[in-house]
Design a protein around this ligand. Sequence first.
Ligand SMILES: NC(=O)c1ccc[n+]([C@@H]2O[C@H](COP(=O)([O-])OP(=O)(O)OC[C@H]3O[C@@H](n4cnc5c(N)ncnc54)[C@H](OP(=O)(O)O)[C@@H]3O)[C@@H](O)[C@H]2O)c1
Length: 236
Amino acid sequence: MTNKIKGKIVVITGASSGLGEAAARLLSAQGASVVLGARRSDRLKSLADELNRNGGKAVAVATDVTHRNQVKKLVDTAVQEFGRIDVMINNAGIMPRAPLDVNIKGVLYGMAAALLHMKKQKSGHMIFVSSVAGHKIGPDFAVYAATKHAVRALAEGFRQEVKPYNIRTTIISPGAVDTELPGSVTEPDIAEKIRTYYEDIAIPAESFAHAVVFAMSQPDEVDVNEILFRPIKQML
Ligand SMILES: NC(=O)c1ccc[n+]([C@@H]2O[C@H](COP(=O)([O-])OP(=O)(O)OC[C@H]3O[C@@H](n4cnc5c(N)ncnc54)[C@H](OP(=O)(O)O)[C@@H]3O)[C@@H](O)[C@H]2O)c1
């Protein structure tokens, strides 16, 4: 397969750790220019510095996705620095603390900011990060599951609405992946349950990065709309 990643301009929200960081590393190693957004600017900057030292092209933009103007600045930076935006990975997300703001509003702001440019370009690829929790509902994670179901609904509506603009749409729904996500659960008993569960079964964050590369590497006329993957050990 020819390298369809090389030269792509990719914006990633939530790039300071976990899935976003893993995607940034793999895409950069394969020749994409990456524009990284998250709140922890020190971590973002050291990741961008490392990728640039290794011959990549990376820019860090401190971004809180709950602020629409900051998401717009992140996306506009990609266009200013590199001339266009090929892929927007709406990845930033949390489990506890106001997940509606980050997981839904943050995604909407990402869609709006990137769509502005993709419509003009008549090309682009919007990648949404849902979850197994966007397909399954269980005790202790109803609100999180609701946000991830919402992401899939938004993505499917978006897919249909952007037909005139030659924009691809991919929803990636991971199962348990080893990131900082479980550490962000504030309810102590639920946090403990999730930590133990993840210790037993979680798979490396590169699994997500490979899914991104798969979706981006398709022939131009092919639109991979959904990828659902789990650790082989995961039941639900
Ligand atoms: N790990 C899993 O098992 C799993 C499974 C299914 C889906 N997911 C989804 O994968 C996505 C990434 O999570 P992860 O597992 O990689 O967890 P993580 O390691 O905790 O990473 C979450 C990322 O989101 C960023 N973020 C959080 N709030 C933000 C805000 N207000 N503005 C901008 N960035 C923000 C964080 O950066 P800052 O704190 O620096 O802002 C961080 O870079 C989430 O949407 C999550 O729901 C994860």
